[in-house]
Design a protein around this ligand. Sequence first.
Ligand code: ADP
Ligand code: MG
Length: 465
Amino acid sequence: MQEEKVWQAVLGEIEVSLSRGAFMTWFKNTALLKSNDGLIVVGVGNVFIKQHLEKKYGDQIITTLKKQGIKVTQVEYRMLGASHKRPVDQPTQGPADSGAANQTAQLGSSPGFAAKQAGAGNNNLRQGLNDRYTLDNFVVGDGNEVAFAACQAIVQRPGAKYNYNPLYVHGGVGIGKTHLIQAVGNAIKTRNPDAKVLYIATEQFVREFVQALRTRTTAKFANYYRSADVLIVDDVQFIAGKDKMQEEFFHTFNTLHQADKQIIMSSDKPPKDIAMLEDRLKSRFVGGMTIDMQVPDFETRCAIIQTKAESHQTELEPEVVEYLASNGQTNIRELEGALNQLLAWCDVRGLTATVAIAASLLQVSKNRPKHLSAKQIIERTARHFQIPLEDIVGPKRDKDIVVPRQVAMYMLHEELHLSYPKIARELGRKDHTTAMHSVRKIAQESQMDTSLRSAITEIKERLYA
Ligand code: ADP
Ligand code: MG
């Protein structure tokens, strides 16, 4: 009890000195386990947090404890909760999180979990919700902390007037939108099992609606969705251009909103940028809270990797984590893909993951099997930036042509590993140093510039779709 109070005071002080993201990531699930004549034991959620606290926040923690009048000679960080043994050693443990239990079972039965992982949790569907996604296993940091905070507020008071209703989160592919909005649904359901929480991917929504039209059951369809307490619509951009569906959704939206039912939507872009979306929907969508999600920063990416590794009962060396987090994956899904690949590869061979293994695997996966041509990449890039193909390979030097051209060069380098002279030729340049300069510039700027980074991700996704 005493410990708890002391720790709350310490946390309170540390919280004001850090960004919210950093605080949530590193200190959210910590506790003071023991304070005994100078020996302090701090409980932490996982090994990565342990290492990070020791390395980066150790001194600050000691100073802050001392300020509270606590004698400190030694601080130990200890992992809380579940043991970190291999799954075979703990066959029938009953963890609180059934999603983790499923993964454990899968892991135990076969080493090919990376492949199975993709379909994991399909049997836990409850009205579209997958309990693999929780707020607890969502790592908070720069890029997603605002969205996370909004979601927490919604879990406290779903549908509350003037609050976050509707909540509209948007951002590039693979950055955690689905995870987050699913997690809200799960959290609301946990707090209030009677709540009717419906999650629907928009493509499914549209298919169901078309089916209802065909079988003349649109009233039933409408009633079902209009009776929700919480309606979560994922990838709502896919409603664009579907007139009847938009009409239907408009009414469902209004019915729910007027009844103070919570509506949550995700999309790849803000409402104003969705072409062929009715104006009345656009204005409804921005009537609550609109939040832009970005790829999390490096530290947060590290924490995500470590969390994911732990859900596979694996601890990774910090260097491996850092290598993965800095190795060019432009979104979390890719990052997770690289991690799963690494874990599966090592698992089958009974090896411990190292930077060298990670590097060689990632290199192989860079030479993706699909045959892409330079022309396809250039065309796709031009289309993305909505400029004519003649311009991107032509002589113009306006800024809105030059940047797409540089991006195209970067893509040729990253995806096809073409030489600089060849890249220059493909884009109608004579001098290979132009290509070299452009590739470096984009590589550098995409570290900082999130909109550039998401442009690259989007072009890639389209190319490999
Ligand atoms: P989106 O819907 O934006 O395309 P997803 O929600 O499907 O992205 O996320 C892709 C993968 O990355 C999922 O497996 C998800 O669990 C994981 N992920 C993304 N962000 C986080 C995060 N902050 N913490 C933990 N996992 C994350
Ligand atoms: Mg999604």
